[in-house]
Write a protein that binds this ligand. Structure first.
Ligand code: ZN
Length: 322
C-alpha cells in the first residue's frame, strides 16, 4: 500500500486528516475463512495474508480534500494489490456462499426506483436505447428496461443474466469496438475505485453523443468514514460535493444530484444519486446545487431515519428468533 499526497479526484494537496483507524490481523481466523466468518474479518484476513503479509497491524487515515470534498483512505492499495484483492475474493468459497445464503433483497423495488429517477431527469420514458450496467452483477437493475431496450452487463464475475440482458465481459475492453451506449448505470462502484475520475471518463467515452450516466454511491461522508470496519472494500467516502466534482472532471456537464434514504441490496441507507449527461448545448447545462462534504458530515438529522430503520430491523430479528 502506498501513501498518497495528492487528492485522487482533483489532485489538490490541501488534504486534512479527519480520522485515524488502526486495523489488526484477525486472530484465530481459519485459513481459508469459512462462510460463517463475518464479512469484515474475512476482508482483514485477505488484507493481512495476501496484501500485507508479515504485518500485524496497519494505521489507515481518512483524509478530506479541502478542494473537492472527497474523503478517502490513505495509504491506498496499488492497482496490483487491487487485482490481488479481487482474485482472492473470487477464489474464496465463503464469498460465493455468502451471496447465496444472503442474496440481495427487494431487487425489483430498487430497479424500478432507478428507472423512475432516470426518466425524471430525461423527461421521457427510456425506450429504444442501448444500456450498459457497469459492475451490474446479475443484471437485476436492468430488468425494468429489458423489454424496450438493448441491455448489457460488464462485471468481473460472469453470472446468469435475466431474460433480455447480455453479459459482455469482465472489463470495458470486452465491449465490441463499434458499441456506443445511450445510457450507463454505475451503481455502488465508485466507492471501490482507486481513480474514480478516470473510470468515469472511460465510461463517458463509451457513450453516444448526448448519452447519460446514472451514478449511485453510499453517502460515505455521513458516518462510514467514522466507523470503518475494514479498509479493503470502500476506498472513497462520497458526498454530493465530491461526486459532483468527479462527474464534472469526467466531462458530464448537465447534472442532477440528490441524497436519498433508500433501499440498496440488504437494507436502507443514505445514498447520493447522480445523473450526468454529455452535452455541448449550453441551454441544457443546469446550475445544479449540491450539499458540501462538511455539511453532510455534520448533518445529524440524517441519523433519524437511519436509527429508526436499524431499530425496526433489530426488533424484526428478535421476533424471528423467538
Ligand atoms: Zn480533491
Amino acid at each position: 500500500m502506498i501513501e498518497v499526497y495528492d487528492c485522487p479526484v482533483c489532485g489538490s494537496q490541501e488534504l486534512v486528516i479527519v480520522k485515524d483507524h488502526v486495523f489488526h490481523k484477525p486472530i484465530d481466523c481459519p485459513n481459508p475463512p469459512p462462510a460463517h466468518v463475518p464479512y469484515a474479518t474475512e476482508r482483514l484476513w485477505i488484507l493481512f495474508r495476501h496484501i500485507l503479509p508479515g504485518t500485524d497491524k496497519i494505521r489507515i487515515k481518512v483524509i478530506l480534500c479541502s478542494q473537492c470534498g472527497l474523503m478517502f483512505t490513505n495509504p491506498r492499495m496499488t492497482p496490483d494489490e487491487v487485482a490481488v484483492k479481487y482474485s482472492v475474493i473470487e477464489s474464496l468459497e465463503s464469498a460465493r456462499l455468502r451471496s447465496k445464503l444472503d442474496p440481495p433483497r427487494k431487487i425489483e423495488k430498487r430497479a424500478k426506483r432507478i428507472k423512475a429517477e432516470i426518466e425524471r431527469f430525461l423527461g421521457a420514458p427510456v425506450a429504444g436505447m442501448r444500456i450498459l450496467d457497469f459492475g451490474g452483477a446479475q443484471g437485476h437493475n436492468l430488468v425494468p428496461f429489458a423489454e424496450k431496450n438493448e441491455c448489457c452487463v460488464v462485471d468481473l464475475v460472469k453470472q446468469e443474466m435475466p431474460q433480455g440482458v447480455d453479459y459482455l465481459g469482465k472489463s470495458l475492453d470486452d465491449i465490441p469496438a463499434h458499441y456506443r451506449f445511450n445510457l450507463i448505470l454505475l451503481s455502488h462502484v465508485l466507492e471501490h475505485s482507486l481513480d474514480p475520475v478516470t473510470l468515469l471518463s472511460e465510461l463517458a467515452s463509451n457513450l453516444c453523443e448526448n448519452g447519460a450516466i446514472y451514478v449511485e454511491v453510499p453517502l460515505g461522508a455521513f458516518r462510514e468514514w467514522r466507523v470503518l470496519k475494514e479498509p479493503l472494500t470502500h476506498l472513497n467516502f462520497f458526498s454530493e460535493q465530491s461526486l459532483s466534482a468527479c462527474m464534472r472532471l469526467a466531462g458530464f456537464s448537465r447534472l442532477s444530484i440528490r441524497t436519498r434514504f433508500q433501499w440498496v441490496t440488504h437494507g436502507m441507507n443514505w445514498c447520493v444519486n447522480a445523473i450526468g449527461k454529455l452535452t455541448s448545448s449550453q441551454v441544457e447545462v443546469e446550475n445544479h446545487t449540491h450539499a458540501s462534504t462538511r455539511k453532510q458530515m455534520k448533518n445529524f438529522r440524517l441519523y433519524v431515519p437511519f436509527l429508526v430503520f436499524k431499530s425496526v430491523e433489530k426488533t424484526k430479528r428478535l421476533i424471528l428468533r423467538r
